[in-house]
Design a protein. Sequence first.
Length: 168
Amino acid sequence: MSHPHTPRHQWTAPASERQLLSILLSQGPLAAIEYMNHWTPHRITAVFRLQDGFFVPIHLFDKQGALQTHDVGPVRFLGSFGELAMVHGSFITTDSSRDPRAAESTCRKLFRSYVGVPLLTNDRQTFGSICHADFEPRPAPDSAQLNFFRSAAQSIAGILEAKREPQS
């Protein structure tokens, strides 16, 4: 799947849920997060599975093509942006260096902007997170964009749960 990967500095209209589901079912989670990334100003979109106190990356898309899933090591759950997303249902920061909620986070020095939501099983158990992240400040999504992201997260979670995908 290919899109022009020109840098975006604003969110665009929410992507089509029908198109996302079609991509997810026919091409898999990595193609789906690439599709999702096209609509965000964030450089990176990633899926993490919670395992033994760490977020383990299982899928990662980088607009610049510089980072791949295997380039990112496990992230300690405690103190991560993912923990904040799981505890609060979502975590959004446009600039973590200025956000007091991120003051103690281990991720603050790495990512300046972050939009994350938990991945939930069908019985509402949290097993990971999905996020958009960037090394630069980026704007927050509006409510329609965030609702699309939450819905997309649940579609991806359903596929991952059904496949019981091993960590790569």
